[in-house]
Design a protein around this ligand. Structure first.
Ligand code: ZN
Length: 193
């Protein structure tokens, strides 16, 4: 690979200016998105995604509920049967890493603890999650950039937004999985008729 041409840290002010420009751009996009974002969707649910141990999926292999454990600087979700997901720095990340893995038994998307999906049909859920994803990505990026610029943005606040975003990605993957299954079933019926 060619040597990096990135400027040395002496050029930090220029980085800050670039960050500030990016922040303004993201804030403008957020305002644009917020203009049509339903206000009741700002309520993501009653649970805190940073305290989410009870939402660990059961193990596919043995049916047990694995627990997160701290190992050195990482948290790892490991089952009694030995199944183990990739570790992560944050507890919620470790949990998500397990939940999304093929080691975990996935719940129906309607039963996920966030975003009030239980009463939606699959098209509504798909639409809501797509809007939420953009909304949460912008919020998390804005908060992260503000923190990098030394502006007031708490670490827990940013982690919470990132955790909501991870649950949103996970919900989307479960919705897509169900849509593919519906398509397969429909194709099978056509072939069978
Ligand atoms: Zn197990």
């Amino acid at each position: 690979m060619a040597p990096s041409l990135r400027p040395a840290p002496a050029h930090r002010p220029r980085h800050a200016a670039a960050r500030l420009a990016r922040l303004k751009d993201m804030q403008a996009r957020y305002r644009e998105d917020a203009a049509t974002f339903p206000t009741d969707w700002l309520d993501y649910g009653e649970h805190d995604p940073l305290e989410c141990d009870r939402w660990i999926n059961p193990c596919v292999a043995c049916g047990a509920e694995p627990r997160p454990r701290a190992t050195g600087t990482l948290v790892v979700v490991r089952c009694q049967c030995g199944a183990e997901a990739l570790g992560a720095k944050m507890r919620w990340q470790a949990l998500m890493s397990w939940n999304k893995s093929p080691l975990a038994k996935h719940p129906p998307w309607r039963e996920l603890p966030f975003f009030f999906l239980s009463d939606l049909d699959i098209t509504q859920a798909r639409h809501k999650l797509a809007r939420l994803r953009t909304h949460l990505e912008l919020r998390a990026n804005i908060a992260g950039t503000r923190r990098a610029l030394g502006m007031n943005a708490g670490s827990d606040f940013i982690q919470r937004l990132k955790a909501y975003l991870a649950w949103c990605h996970y919900a989307q993957s479960l919705v897509v999985r169900e849509m593919r299954e519906m398509e397969r079933r429909a194709a099978g019926e056509v072939e069978g008729s």
